[in-house]
Design a protein around this ligand. Structure first.
Ligand SMILES: [Zn+2]
Ligand SMILES: [Zn+2]
Length: 136
């Protein structure tokens, strides 16, 4: 028996609902802030563990960046991302050409590649406007 009662399951459902209601890709800390509005007694550790459990079950996707906090994505299907190096904005993109990259990776390494994820880094429109000295 694993020590996970019904209360934990209810919390997990609530945490999953918050990820699915989010318009973007949130960090565990941001999800914790949202969940806490509904359940002020919930602990950060509970949210953190639940998110990893949801990711392990394929209900959400965890996106890891070398030097930043993981983001949690309601889209569990395969897709790619663009990441702004200025403000941290993360957006979904679907890039079919990445399939060619996967084939090249297999050829060069001998791996049987089962998944791939491409992150394109750059500047979002908002940050580009700022750099040019635009309206805001
Ligand atoms: Zn930006
Ligand atoms: Zn995404």
């Amino acid at each position: 028996m694993i020590e996970t009662g019904y209360r934990n399951t209810a919390q997990r459902t609530m945490i999953l609902a918050e990820v699915q209601a989010a318009e973007g890709h949130l960090t565990a800390g941001e999800i914790f802030e949202r969940v806490r509005r509904r359940d002020p007694k919930i602990a950060y550790g509970t949210v953190y563990r639940s998110l990893h459990l949801l990711a392990a079950h394929g209900l959400v996707q965890e996106l890891t960046f070398a030097d930043q906090a993981s983001r949690f994505d309601k889209r569990a299907d395969r897709h790619d991302h663009v990441h702004c190096t200025g403000c941290g904005l993360l957006m979904d993109v679907d890039v079919p050409v990445a399939l060619i990259a996967r084939h090249v990776a297999e050829e060069q390494s001998g791996f049987a590649v089962t998944s791939h994820h491409t992150v394109f880094a750059g500047r979002c429109p908002g940050c580009r406007n700022k750099a040019v000295g635009g309206s805001r």
